[in-house]
Design a protein around this ligand. Sequence first.
Ligand code: URA
Length: 249
Amino acid sequence: MRLDKYLAGQGFGTRSEVKKLIKSGAVCVNGDTIRDAGSHVGESELKNGLEVLVQGKEVSYRAHRYYMFYKPAGCLTATEDAKEKTVMDYLPFSASEKRKLFPVGRLDFDTEGLLLITDDGETAHRLLSPQKHVDKCYFAVVEGIVTEEDVEKFAGGLELSFRTMPAKLEILETDAEKNESRIEVTIQEGKYHQVKRMFGAVGKKVLYLKRIRMGNLRLDKALKPGEFRELSEDEVNHLTSTFTDASKN
Ligand code: URA
């Protein structure tokens, strides 16, 4: 792969910005300053420890980027919008660094919680495909008293504009005085407003919704709404390998 393409892919700027960087002598490959943006670096050599330094700092090879974002309420799950703040506005990266990143799946404007942001289309597709049976687990506060009958209805699948797949509904707490319930629900699909519509189908209303887990990836308790962190190597390995087979999740 061309050196300028590689560095642009690692977030060092656009191809033309990176070309200038290389020409300025800021890039060293295995100890040699490289000024030719068109020179090549092999992907297997990169994976096996070829040393690339930019302005003296080592570039650690990564094929893709993965961020865990704690989406706050009050922003759109989109890459851009003319009016509303989007989840991408929370990432302090340059436009070229953000160019290939996108959120995996959609949380409603008022929904909070775990959102994966990546440039890995294949993994995103796998996480979202209902056929891959990847859990999406939500905590919710619901208006009304959720009952064991509701648990059974969720488990059996509900009739919305489509028949939902079996969902696991767990009642955490009910408060008769407030007429509210706290629940966790796990679904393996993610249609438009799905959790809210499922509760609507049993005559209840979701007052607060937060995604807390996707597959094995749990929302990090150290994150506050609006904060993000890069996934650890272990988390990336889980995402990109464990989920390749639906049944393993
Ligand atoms: N289900 C919903 O209703 N809303 C979300 O944001 C996510 C799941």
